[in-house]
Design a binder for this molecule. Structure first.
Ligand code: GDP
Length: 584
């Protein structure tokens, strides 16, 4: 049995690699086990182990030893390097108040732009404390992790680990601590929700000590600040602490010269095309600069703060909004300014080639999933040796076979020729795992024996389309199954009965289709999709129902990942995902 080392958390793509199975197969198996994960999402060790057992793989998973912390590489600085604002990410267990804390910080002291309000989500922003700036990254947890892991040494100076005073250190808190340590970034702990009754600050300090984070008052060097995102208590002090830690680090960067940094978000905007939010690491970015980011490039058309205020230039640690890209750059793409359009184009093209070889690393959303699975899977091959009676028929068989290739499956002709099937053909088929097709010829008894001994499949045909059909069937069997969404029906919410951290019980009228459970549910308010959750039961009155049809009233329980607010008037779209075998 193979012994395979994997870390505590591993991306689906990396796990498939290690297990030497197609990514699609792994995703399908995860789905069967109720885990909806895309190629770049991470699963934990236990999940990986379950999959290995389910797939009956000859493999034993063992924990990889913890890596030593990454050394923070400091970029070589010139003597003109200037102090720059610290870049801060917020992490912690779900529901401990990361979002609330970021909102509270932003509301209290954001550098307000002239254009637009500050209500919508912004993936990075700067706040002002006195005369000094602090840059906050507001990326969803796993993206922040990914960015810190891969670019920690450059991107983030400090991580605020949020711990809810009434809940304490939890698995994701520990994961966050581990990541911050590995990335070699400073940690400041914010004990949040101190306004709540069950708050027990000493217990949390104790739990932190168990994670080897010793607070200052206990003789350690970990800065802890008690805050309440709800009342605003302690927020100013937290900002001061961040600046204090930053001072010790003596954060500097060269503001002179062409800019470089990292893309932290990208999206399409109506009338503006691809828009990237990028964090400048060093240098100064100016309007009209040529920028390469991953596989794409831009002449910077608009340069704005993340709040939408136009600026002519921006320096180190500043998050900016850039328009002018040819295509959407990906999350965590590094960007650099180059001298002209020609250089930009050729560097972007070089990256395209490189990524094809190494596989893409960007963040994806679920609608892109299928496309990426296709791309990340190597083309499946069906190997054949073709022998035919005359050159004319050999040529037409070979031409027809070549026409069957798609970007997912291909016929690989490892040998061909006119004449009888020889021992040489059988040997070659045996060693390359190919099937022998004979067209218009017979198989001598001696050869039949050899083929059967070597377990080589020899298939004889007299009609060309029958031969082609056989090959098509083989290719279809090698196609990855398609993941299809099947709509069940819609439920218009008339009442919400109970909302907890991980569930919502609500009811309403079925306005179309037929609802069954278990099902996936998209929660929609007007056109906006609020969440994708799972429905576990249906009730007609007090009774459990197998199905509920259009016009009927019913109740349902939704299982949610984090707290979800469902309101009267929201629409629940019920659907299931199925894997469907495909054929050419
Ligand atoms: P996240 O999952 O870590 O981003 O957590 P959220 O910011 O969504 O907060 C989770 C829940 O805790 C929400 O219901 C917040 O209103 C609540 N919450 C966050 N901070 C505080 C706080 O300081 N005090 C109280 N009482 N509730 C808070």
């Amino acid at each position: 049995m193979n012994s395979i080392q994997i870390p505590n958390m591993i991306t689906v793509g990396d796990l498939a690699d290690k297990l030497d199975i197609p990514v699609t197969g792994l995703i399908t198996e995860l789905m069967k086990n109720g885990v909806m994960a895309t190629v770049n999402e991470r699963v934990d060790f236990d999940t990986a182990q379950i999959i290995v057992e389910e797939l009956k793989l000859e493999a034993e998973l063992v924990h990889e030893p913890e890596e030593a912390p990454v050394k923070r590489e400091k970029k070589a600085l010139s003597k003109d390097a200037q102090t720059r604002p610290p870049v801060v990410a917020v992490m912690g267990h779900v529901d401990h108040g990361k979002t609330s804390l970021l909102d509270a910080i932003r509301d209290s002291s954001v550098v307000k732009g002239e254009a637009g309000g500050i209500t919508q989500h912004i993936s990075a922003y700067q706040v002002k404390r006195g005369e000094r700036l602090i840059t906050f990254l507001d990326t969803p947890g796993h993206e922040a992790f990914a960015a810190i892991r891969e670019h920690g040494a450059h991107l983030t100076d400090l991580v605020i680990i949020v711990v809810a005073a009434d809940d304490g250190v939890k698995p994701q808190t520990i994961e966050a601590i581990r990541f911050a340590r590995k990335a070699g970034v400073k940690i400041v702990v914010a004990i949040n929700k101190i306004d709540k009754e069950g708050a027990n600050i000493n217990r949390i300090k104790q739990q932190l000590a168990e994670q080897e984070l010793m607070v200052e008052e206990w003789g350690g060097d970990v800065v802890v600040q008690e805050v309440s995102a709800k009342t605003g208590a302690g927020i100013d002090e937290l900002l001061d602490m961040i600046l204090l830690v930053a001072d010790v680090e003596e954060l500097k960067a060269d503001a002179k010269g062409p800019a470089s940094g990292l893309v932290i978000e990208s999206h399409m905007e109506n009338g503006r095309g691809p828009v990237a939010i990028a964090l400048i690491e060093s240098g100064t970015l100016k309007k009209n600069d040529f920028v390469v980011a991953g596989e794409t490039y831009a002449r910077v058309r608009n340069l704005e703060t993340t709040e939408g205020k136009p600026v002519d230039q921006a320096g180190p640690s500043t998050p900016v909004k850039i328009t002018g890209f040819r295509a959407l750059p990906e999350f965590a793409d590094e960007f650099t300014v180059v001298k002209d359009e020609k250089t930009a184009r050729s560097q972007a093209e070089a990256t395209v080639g490189q990524k094809r070889l190494t596989g893409s690393r960007g963040q994806i959303n679920s609608s892109e999933m299928i496309r990426i699975i296709d791309r990340s899977n190597q083309v499946a091959q069906f190997k054949v040796i073709v022998k035919a009676d005359v050159q004319g028929s050999l040529t037409s068989v070979l031409d027809s076979l070549k026409a069957l290739d798609t970007n997912e499956v291909a016929v690989r002709i490892v040998g061909s020729g006119v004449g009888a099937i020889s021992e040489n053909d059988v040997n070659q088929a045996h060693s390359s795992d190919a099937v022998i097709y004979g067209f218009g010829i017979a198989l001598p008894a001696g050869m039949r024996q050899i083929a059967s001994r070597d377990k080589v499949s020899v298939r004889l045909y007299k009609v060309i389309y029958e031969l082609i059909d056989d090959v098509k069937t083989e290719l279809s069997a090698r196609l990855a199954p398609e993941i299809k969404e099947i709509e069940l029906g819609k439920l218009k919410i008339k009442g919400v009965f109970k909302t907890t951290k991980n569930s919502v019980i609500c009811g309403g009228e079925v306005t179309s289709g037929k609802l069954t459970v278990p099902a996936m549910v998209r929660v929609k308010r007007d056109k906006e999709v609020l969440a994708e959750v799972e429905a576990t039961n249906l009730k007609r009155g007090p009774q459990d129902a197998k199905e509920v049809v259009e016009g009927e009233m019913c109740g349902t329980s939704l299982t949610t990942q984090s707290k979800l607010e469902v309101l009267e008037g929201d629409v629940l779209e019920f659907f299931t995902r199925q894997t469907v075998e495909r054929s050419l």
